[in-house]
Design a binder for this molecule. Structure first.
Ligand code: GLV
Ligand code: MG
Length: 346
């Protein structure tokens, strides 16, 4: 393990100082764009007003014969657009692929000063983060990049899940992590053919003592992994995200999956289709009624200590801390969205 004193040293001479704190940013949805499709990239200037993060996807879902066009399209799109407060990310190809070295070297050279985050797929252990960390420092030094480009890992292999804690803590460059249910299902040998979401056969039955027809309750296939990821990220001070929900014809299923992730501590999810932007915005902005309750708790315990009764419920230091999480997020949403600001009364 790297010694504490060395953890925050730049990994290359003239690379920017690693960040000690994550930038505070609203990242309710990471919106995926296929950068080789001009019809889609033409709409990016409009898109950046609706989403928190635009991500140029270079990995899965981009055909092998379009990989170069996607990379070039992403660089052109990034150069042509002023992203303002909207995040600019890319998902590069996996470290064992023939495209990844050009993905990294060409994007950092061309748009390294605009790029906020590189999403790295199929991360197996801290060694994958260390490799990208070192390479990015060398490239940042070579190209005079002013702020460190952050790394976001996709948790989508069984080995990655085993190593999730060391991945989360691998570098000050770590921004966060997304659950990748499609690759993870394949890696684990799960018997599904879906991109995220539940499965009607993953159920618990009501007790057998009843002669009547037994009710079946569908369970969440992703509960264990989401919980493990949230703990690893929170402990390391980085952000957890739910990833993709592939059934665009099931907005209610998508909303339920996103909401479970939100309640368990995730900061956002991926939007793969325009219809999922609104869902993510609704789910990952706290509910105005919850914000009102949280503000009551904070008002009743201004210094965050002691106990108070509000509407018959006991509040103490611990609920004050929960309330602060909700109100801090509401303030972040309000700063970006005047309509939500008025619904929150902020
Ligand atoms: C995302 O990349 C996934 O595999 O689910
Ligand atoms: Mg994947």
């Amino acid at each position: 393990m790297k010694l504490p004193r060395q953890f925050y040293q730049p990994l290359a001479i003239c690379a920017p100082e690693p960040l000690r704190e994550l930038p505070v940013r609203l990242e309710r949805m990471i919106h995926f764009v296929p950068p080789h499709v001009e019809k889609v990239t033409a709409k990016v200037p409009e898109l950046i007003r609706q989403v928190d993060v635009v991500l140029g996807n270079l990995e899965d879902a981009i055909p092998a014969d379009a990989k170069e066009a996607a990379r070039a399209g992403f660089i052109a799109m990034a150069k042509a657009t002023d992203f303002g407060a909207t995040g600019l990310w890319t998902r590069i190809n996996a470290l064992n692929s023939p495209w990844v070295l050009d993905d990294i070297t060409q994007t950092v050279a061309a748009i390294g000063n605009k790029l906020d985050v590189i999403m790295l797929p199929k991360v197996e252990g801290a060694w994958d983060i260390h490799y990208l960390d070192q390479l990015l420092a060398q490239l940042e030094a070579r190209h005079g990049i002013k702020k460190p480009i952050m790394i976001h890992a996709i948790l989508e292999t069984a080995q990655g899940v085993n190593n999730v804690e060391s991945i989360a803590a691998a570098s000050p460059r770590m921004h966060g992590m997304s659950l990748g249910p499609a690759d993870l299902a394949a890696s684990r040998g799960m018997k599904t053919t879906r991109v995220g979401g539940g499965h009607p056969d993953y159920v618990v039955l009501a007790d057998a003592k009843d002669d009547a027809k037994r009710a079946a309750f569908q369970q969440d296939l992703w509960h264990y992994t989401t919980a493990k990821m949230v703990d690893a990220c929170a402990a390391a001070g980085i952000k957890p995200f739910y990833g993709p929900f592939g059934d665009f014809s099931d907005p209610a299923g998508c909303e339920a999956q996103f909401r479970n992730a939100f309640l368990m501590g995730c900061a956002g999810a991926w939007s793969l289709h325009p219809s999922q932007i609104g869902i993510a915005k609704r789910v990952f902005s706290p509910d105005p009624a919850e914000v009102a309750t949280a503000r009551k708790i904070i008002a009743a315990m201004p210094d965050g200590t002691g106990a108070a009764m509000i509407d018959g419920k006991m509040q103490d230091d611990a609920t004050w801390k929960q309330a602060k999480v909700v109100v801090d997020l509401a303030r972040l949403v309000a700063a970006k969205d005047p309509e939500m600001a008025s619904r929150y009364g902020l």
